[in-house]
Write a new protein. Structure first.
Length: 177
């Protein structure tokens, strides 16, 4: 009887649809004030769901603003995200949520003075995209995200960078294990 129960459990487990995978890759995001480069890790469940962890570098291009003759900066941050795939396996169309936190240093200048302001920025966003899976090993994911940048903390003078709506088109690529 115990042997029959064991065979039943093994066959019931083998009826599971899908497979768990782990993605490792790189990501590039563009936004009007600069660009973001990330390392991305994804934990894909058996059916529909994916959890993303990102760590990256944010580069803000030099711009003339109403407050200063020039503002530019860099910073480090990370994000946590969730994607729901319409396909049972983690490929093709998806929608998702992402929350990012950035520690930025913005260098600003006016004719007689220049200095740095340090910002902590929270960036929640929604995303939609398409994951192309090649030979079940390599993926390419173009997507469009949009969200709000919120300055949580400022040390130094106020800068124009940081608040407001932000479009974030991006692409990521990497390997699936």
């Amino acid at each position: 009887m115990g042997l029959l129960a064991l065979f039943f459990l093994i066959s019931a487990g083998s009826q599971d649809f899908g497979y768990k995978t782990f993605d490792v890759g790189a990501e590039y995001k563009y936004y009007p004030d600069g660009s973001i480069l990330n390392v991305q890790l994804s934990l894909n469940s058996k059916i529909h769901h994916s959890i993303l962890l990102r760590a990256g570098y944010n580069n803000v291009r030099l711009e003339r603003t109403p407050l200063h003759d020039g503002e530019q900066g860099t910073g480090w941050g990370g994000s946590l995200g969730y994607r729901y795939y319409f396909n049972v396996l983690p490929k093709r169309f998806f929608i998702g949520l992402e929350t990012s936190l950035w520690k930025m240093t913005i260098h600003w200048s006016i004719p007689a003075t220049e200095s740095d302001s340090k910002l902590t920025i929270f960036q929640p966003s929604l995303e939609a995209g398409y994951t192309i899976l090649i030979n079940d090993q390599f993926y390419i994911t173009p997507y469009f995200a949009a969200g709000e940048q919120v300055i949580l903390n400022t040390k130094g003078n106020k800068v124009s960078y940081g608040d407001g709506f932000i479009p974030l088109p991006g692409i990521s690529a990497g390997w699936r294990f």
